[in-house]
Design a protein around this ligand. Sequence first.
Ligand SMILES: *Cc1c(COP(=O)(O)O)cnc(C)c1O
Length: 388
Amino acid sequence: MSHRPIYLDCHATTPLDERVLAAMLPYFTEHFGNPSSINHLYGWEAEAAIKQARTMLADAINATPEEIVFTSGATEANNLALKGVAEAYFSKGQHIITVQTEHSAVLDPCQYLRSLGFEITFLPVQKNGLIDLTQLEKAFRPDTILVSVMAANNEIGVLQPLAKIGELCRNAGILFHTDAAQAIGKIPLDVEAMKIDLLSMTAHKVYGPKGIGALYVRRRSPRVQLSPQLHGGGHERGMRSGTLYPPQIVGFAKAVELAIAEQAAETKRLTQLRENLWQQLQRLGGIHLNGHPTQRLPGNLNISVEGVDGAALLLGLQPVMAVSSGSACSSVTTAPSHVLTALGHSKQLAYASIRFGIGRFNTVDEIDLVAQQAIATISSLRKQTSLV
Ligand SMILES: *Cc1c(COP(=O)(O)O)cnc(C)c1O
């Protein structure tokens, strides 16, 4: 086949939108200044662009520009939120609550904090991937300083009830952090209405460049204290030192701006594509949908397939489509996905799973082709197994 496989791995990363690239380009060349240079035009131009981007990103989540701290992505934002709060609130308490299905960029900093003496509660999830709010409230302790629950899951697309979690945390006087790497630009986010105190974002899951993200840090009622994890020139109000990178920041804001402007129409289009794919695949029988059927990202379809070997399935699909089995982030290991096992799946079924991440540039024709190919591959693998 001369064509490259159809890209359906939008939870791992997304292609850069041409409109985002166009906005970034002048900041590589003509407007190359350091936004911290306060003595000349070059610095002022860069600073003006940063200011505009900061305002755009703050508006996107109903925050103020001073509450946005630029980072290298969501991994760094999560690390800053978790370690920064842990250090700053150490004397108040040393208990943190998170969830078993979080991204490793939350789980691993939590494990690290545990090694330093913090106590971490890893909440289980229900079969549909949602946390149980009663269980969350039961886990609260007088020494709990932080709850970290992701907005949208990167494997099964499940959307956690942020506003309800925020309400419970605020009433208990506990800070609430959410990893919104998969959610920004895809679903409405409002840090006031949802009572969110810290929120991690990244650009490359929403058609922006890799290597840029941000952490929202609430400044009023309550004012969140954060210990910096990178010390230096005191950039970002001391919370994250390092020269800001104008092309990336301009691209990040443009990507989020476009996604929000197109959110309503795109949600409808992606939901239709996903439902179309799911309807076709379901006819095979022995296919399970992973995660809540409707409370999920519009472009996410995650299925487990009975009666096939996971590795053989992926191998069969590879020439036609770029999809993931389990988490892209854990695909270097051969352990079954921690998210699918948290849903209560057997190892076998967790292995035989496919994550379709449908995005902005996928078409109806592509999804039909993908459905046909997946059906053909699964049928032929099942036939082979039944022959032996
Ligand atoms: C991709 C992702 C991350 C990591 O983001 P980077 O910007 O690549 O560091 C963290 N959390 C979730 C839920 C993600 O999907």
